[in-house]
Design a protein around this ligand. Structure first.
Ligand code: HEM
Ligand code: ISQ
Length: 154
């Protein structure tokens, strides 16, 4: 099904709310990933030197923000041209980072669930099923591009 202007607006508007509190929302996103998949902890360098999730870690914030932003960008592309394209260099880089860290397909489901829950909590009463579906679709297409690249890795 085509991605509509309405869906794009739902993603954009909720990102507008989400980005007003990057520290809290990125931490929440990461925390939910680890709640669902505690074993994923070992993959992240920010946790290397601590037992607890660092409350104010620049790398955690910037990486989480990139995931949000790239998903928004995907929504825009889906509406504009019906598909998600990521620049070759970015895709190659992200493919290799995730392969190296040991990320598998199942983890992408975990991150999706965490992303959707983070948005749901952040937007509160503005949440709708439709909003969740729009984010979910944009995320799925982005994840598919990264997963495909990961399978190309030698
Ligand atoms: C690193 C994006 C899915 C685990 C990163 C980075 C970005 C990113 C931008 C930072 C790369 C850098 O600058 O060094 C994404 C996007 C995803 C995705 C857009 C899905 C659409 C996942 C999943 C997992 C995961 C599903 C596993 C649960 C990691 C790990 C790192 C990383 C372990 C390295 C962090 C570190 O220690 O520096 N990801 N990611 N990612 N990602 Fe993802
Ligand atoms: C990297 N990749 C996917 C999700 C993330 C969430 C928080 C911090 C880093 C991440």
């Amino acid at each position: 099904m085509a991605f509509t202007e309405k869906q794009e607006a739902l993603v954009k508007d909720s990102w507008g709310i989400l980005k007003q509190n990057i520290p809290e929302n990125s931490l929440r996103f990461f925390t939910i990933i680890l709640e669902i998949a505690p074993a994923a902890k070992a993959m992240f360098s920010f946790l290397r030197d601590s037992d607890e999730i660092p409350q104010n870690n620049a790398k955690l914030k910037s990486h989480a923000t990139k995931v949000f932003k790239m998903t928004c960008e995907s929504a825009l592309q889906l509406r504009e041209k019906g598909e998600v394209t990521v620049s070759d260099t970015t895709l190659k880089y992200l493919g290799s980072v995730h392969v190296k860290k040991g990320v598998i397909d199942l983890h992408f489901e975990v991150a999706k669930e965490a992303l959707l829950r983070t948005i749901k909590e952040a937007v509160g009463e503005n949440w709708s099923e439709e909003m969740g579906c729009a984010w979910g679709e944009a995320y799925d297409q982005l994840a598919a591009a990264i997963k495909a690249e990961m399978k190309q890795e030698p």
